[in-house]
Write a protein that binds this ligand. Structure first.
Ligand code: COA
Length: 321
């Protein structure tokens, strides 16, 4: 059996932290107390005007490749999860492949599953490695959500930020990814969307994020609980045997409610949302990298990565570190 094993992680947050008080100073009708109480978010980062998603992805990828200690030319698959690509096409993954200087003819493509995007991309890469179709994959979540926020909508603009996270995944004989589960239910597409398109030189519809916060909240807590149980079941372990849960970092109250639903001490959850807000597809690999680098996650431990987001999409990957 060929496993797909994570051999290096990396992350990148652009610029300096923008605090809740900084948002108030920019004229948003909100307060630090409201944002912290409802979301746990204390700061977020915004990419510079000249920085593209592929630039953020490049920084995170370089760190992951360095941590893995591999030659960049040996990467034969790149998958970038993003809902804020540099262009309509080519894919951000193609642009990243070029920026990394990879010229080996390996495949590179984007996956779009919003805040579940990284989990979808990781599960996809695992299938390529498990089938023998490729040997070493770079899987990235990268976003510039600051560019799709309506700054007149205080219910959404305070929640999101920019960032990137990446992992290098290798073919291995020793256990890596143990199970992966992906789900979509398109009938809920309207509760979280950017319902716009570029057509004939114009934006048609809205280019800004729209959300029914309470509907998203309820949905997220339910499916993050359910999918963790499902992924553990497929791997043949109980949820009690999971050492670390790394959920999509949307909101501290969603994470606390998910931990309660799973009967899991919150200390077993990696929580970074306070430092960067919701960075969509970037949030899971960024939190994964933080917990790898600070030594919380040790070799051989069971780690569950899980995401939920627009679509609606949700999924989980259970792996042995
Ligand atoms: N600052 C201050 N007040 C705000 C505010 C802000 N940034 N945003 C909204 N409010 C106000 C509203 O205007 C409303 O005021 P009113 O009672 O006078 O009408 C009040 O706060 C409550 O608004 P509501 O939208 O009902 O708040 P809520 O308790 O549902 O919290 C969220 C809003 C967005 C924090 C919450 O619904 C949530 O966390 N949802 C999940 C969002 C998420 O994680 N999405 C991504 C998933 S991938």
């Amino acid at each position: 059996m060929i496993y797909a094993k994570v051999i290096g992680t990396g992350s990148y947050l652009p610029g300096a932290p923008i605090t809740n008080d900084d948002l108030v100073a920019r004229g948003i009708d909100t307060s630090d107390a409201w944002i912290v109480e409802r979301t746990g978010i204390r700061a977020r980062h915004f990419a510079a005007e000249s920085e593209l998603t592929s630039d953020l992805a490049l920084q995170a990828s370089r760190r992951a490749i360095e941590a893995a200690g591999v030659d960049v030319a040996s990467i034969d698959l790149i998958i970038v999860a993003t809902s804020t690509p540099d262009y309509v096409f080519p894919s951000t993954a193609s642009l990243l492949q070029d920026k990394l200087g990879i010229r080996n003819g390996g495949a590179a493509f984007d996956v779009q599953a919003v805040c579940s995007g990284f989990v979808f991309a990781l599960a996809t890469a695992e299938k390529f490695i498990g089938s023998g179709a490729c040997k070493r994959a770079l899987v990235v979540g990268a976003e510039v959500f600051s560019r799709i926020l309506d700054w007149n909508d205080r219910g959404t603009c305070v929640l999101f930020g920019d960032g990137a996270g990446a992992v290098v995944l290798d073919a291995s004989e020793t256990p890596g990814i143990l199970s992966s589960v992906l789900h979509t239910d398109g009938q809920y597409s309207k509760i979280l969307s950017v319902p716009g398109q570029v057509s004939c030189g114009k934006v048609v519809g809205s280019p800004f994020l729209q959300m029914d916060g309470q509907a998203v909240f309820k949905f997220a807590v339910k499916v993050l609980g359910d999918v963790a149980v499902e992924a553990a079941g497929i791997a043949g372990i109980s949820t009690g045997e999971i050492d670390w849960v790394i959920p999509h970092q949307a909101n501290i109250r969603i994470l606390q409610a998910t931990a309660r639903r799973l009967d899991l001490p919150i200390e077993k959850m990696v929580v970074t949302v306070g430092q960067h807000g919701n960075t969509s597809a970037a949030s899971v690999p960024m939190a994964f990298d933080v917990a790898m680098r600070d030594g919380r996650i040790r070799a051989g431990q069971n780690v569950l990565l899980e995401g939920v987001g627009g679509g609606f999409t949700w999924g989980a990957v259970l792996l042995k570190a």
